[in-house]
Design a protein around this ligand. Structure first.
Ligand code: HEM
Length: 108
């Protein structure tokens, strides 16, 4: 399902308490999300990740649209023990839109 980045910007409001994206974005409670597409999992320098995400990154796993969709649907199912205290986005459309929004802030 192809998402709509403009709608995704609105969905991203749910993430903004913890995440920043765009020019001058910095990590907050959660890591900065610039260039997330194709980025190795848990690779923001100086961000203290949970063991589960750190191990996925060490294994060489990267964020694809599919992996993001699975994580954002139920973070704790995708990564048991994640520090991301977020229940997830139940609607497939919201997930697709926010992923399109994040892709618009990625080189890939
Ligand atoms: C991690 C996206 C909501 C806190 C992540 C990662 C992504 C992401 C892609 C992995 C980053 C990486 O590997 O570097 C989102 C999106 C959200 C959202 C799109 C909204 C739909 C939230 C909220 C919070 C939060 C509301 C805080 C209550 C965190 C934390 C991590 C994280 C602490 C690190 C997790 C760990 O180390 O296990 N998020 N997030 N996120 N997020 Fe979120």
């Amino acid at each position: 399902m192809a998402g709509d980045a403009e709608k995704g910007e609105k969905v991203f409001r749910k993430c903004q308490a913890c995440h920043d994206v765009g020019e001058d974005a910095k990590s907050k409670v959660g890591p900065v999300l610039n260039n997330i597409m194709g980025r190795q999992i848990a690779s923001v320098e100086d961000f203290k990740y949970s063991k589960v995400l750190a191990e996925m990154g060490e294994a060489g796993d990267v964020w694809t649209p599919e992996a993001l969709a699975a994580f954002l649907e139920k973070p704790r199912d995708f990564a048991k023990g994640t520090k991301m205290s977020f229940a997830g986005l139940r609607k497939e459309e919201d997930r697709a839109d926010v992923i399109a929004f994040l892709a618009s802030h990625s080189d890939e």
